[in-house]
Design a protein around this ligand. Structure first.
Ligand code: BES
Ligand code: ZN
Length: 444
């Protein structure tokens, strides 16, 4: 790996661009400015577009008639690094160990963006220009639902006209196996607050006389699933499109033992999920209801005999074709209201929402992506769906009328969103090749 590539990578990773926390707003701006400078440096016309949130970096080459126009999309924001004490080296002080770079964002999405940028850089250096018209859009709010990006797309819809979008923010099925993802789950979020008494109470003086908000919340949350892992919200599965036979067949033949890998990677004592589906089917083609956070009552050292006034939980639902996020939220509200135990009140606040995505991996663009992947990796391409979400991808279709090719470089053990996130330099290297190849394929 060239030293200047590593220098770029480490500089990019040193910005703590945590989009969810206002304390880092200035750091996101600095990170975006660094990208602008880097992209201008490789010869692209680049601007920083402000939004009501974090700015968008938008770079272009000189567009010429008669060429395909390609948009490359990624994000420079990252998830919070917490819990910090579980990191073996500081999250924003990247280190290279045994061929892997460790830092928050190493994979998701800075390493993968750098593969795009260096692929563009090498192509321009070798050919004087790119073989296609390019829009490179790098946003700073993907990890918080891309709330301001649809506005950017609408506002610049005419200038942003393109034939296809390329994204490298998804996974590889196994090390060294080129992977084209043709589906993403969607996600929709809500937060709930349960309140009992107007203040925290002495549990001896009042215990037994009034409802405990934490107990009520626990009982309520326990109604979300049945004992076999199926979501118990009425109507939740009504719009779920059954898996196609060809997909079930193809996923069975993928070169991995999904069950074994997930057990090893997660350290969970056993697999668990909705009955009647394989692990990959549950991850890629079935919806879920998850409790992402729960709180209430005394959490300090020792004991405190108290009945807490409030308890809260954060929920998200992963969505699959053809579920509708708003409808799922409505059904969830109804379920929570119906099952709220007596003696407490509840407030529900809806959060961000992003739709699922499903495209045809055998379209002309899909075939071009497969050729580029095969050329770069020298191996057969795995066709998969993903459990994760990239909210803006369905809007590329709705607003710009184009499909998205998801050519990810993330490995299952990359620890995205977890402590000790990492990215193998081998994937940066092959990612640069893949990016050069996809430009060439799309130009044909
Ligand atoms: N890169 C991920 C999405 C992803 C992960 C796709 C794994 C495929 C496989 C992305 O940065 C992400 O984490 N998205 C969030 C979106 C949410 C905050 C709206 C997600 O999926 O939780
Ligand atoms: Zn992410």
């Amino acid at each position: 790996m060239r030293q200047d590539y590593l220098d770029d990578y480490f500089t990019f990773l040193r910005f703590p661009s945590i989009s969810t926390d206002d304390a880092y707003t200035e750091k996101l701006a600095e990170c975006a400015h660094w990208l602008v400078k880097k992209l201008k440096g490789i010869g692209l016309t680049t601007e920083l577009v402000s939004t009501p949130g974090h700015p968008v970096v938008w770079a272009r080459n000189k567009h010429q008639p008669g060429r395909k126009t390609v948009m490359i999309y990624g994000h420079y924001d990252v998830q919070p690094p917490d819990p910090l004490e579980l990191w073996e080296s500081p999250p924003f002080d990247p280190v290279l160990k045994n061929g892997y770079v460790f830092a928050r964002g190493a994979t998701d999405n800075k390493g993968q963006i750098l593969a795009h940028i260096l692929g563009l850089q090498e192509t321009i250096a070798e050919q004087g220009d790119l073989p296609v018209n390019l829009h490179l859009v790098i946003e700073g709010e993907e990890e918080i639902g891309s709330g301001n990006l649809p506005g950017f797309l609408e506002k610049h819809r005419d200038s942003l006209g393109c034939d296809v979008v390329v994204v490298s923010d998804t996974g590889m099925i196994a090390r060294g196996v080129p992977t084209l993802s043709y589906g993403l789950r969607g996600v929709t979020a809500l937060e709930l607050k349960v309140t009992g008494a107007k203040m925290d109470l002495h549990s001896g003086v009042f215990g037994g006389a009034v409802a405990n908000s934490v107990t009520a919340l626990a009982r309520l949350l326990a109604t979300l699933h049945d004992a076999n892992g199926r979501v118990a919200i009425e109507g939740f599965y009504d719009d779920v499109k059954p898996l196609e036979d060809w997909e079930r067949e193809a996923w069975r033949k993928l070169p991995i033992d999904g069950d074994k890998e997930i057990l090893t990677e997660t350290g969970s004592p056993a697999l668990f999920g909705e009955e009647g589906y394989s692990t990959l089917e549950r991850l890629w083609a079935r919806p879920t209801a998850e409790i992402n956070g729960i709180g209430g009552g005394y959490q300090g050292k020792g004991t405190k005999t108290v009945i807490a006034s409030h308890a809260m939980a954060k929920l998200t639902f992963r969505l699959v074709p053809n579920q509708d996020g708003d409808k799922i939220l409505q059904l969830a509200h109804k379920h929570l209201e119906k099952n709220l135990p007596p003696g407490v009140t509840m407030e529900i606040t809806d959060g961000h929402s992003g739709p699922w995505y499903l495209t045809d991996p055998h379209s002309a663009f899909g075939e071009a992506a497969q050729s580029a992947l095969k050329g770069a990796f020298k191996k057969d391409v795995a066709l998969i769906r993903e459990g994760g979400s990239i909210p803006i991808v369905s809007q590329f279709r709705d607003i710009l009328g184009v499909e998205t090719l998801l050519l990810g470089l993330a490995q299952a053990d990359c620890r995205a969103h977890s402590p000790n996130e990492n990215f193998p330099l081998e994937n940066l290297e092959v990612g640069i090749k893949m990016n050069k190849a996809i430009l060439a394929e799309l130009a044909r």
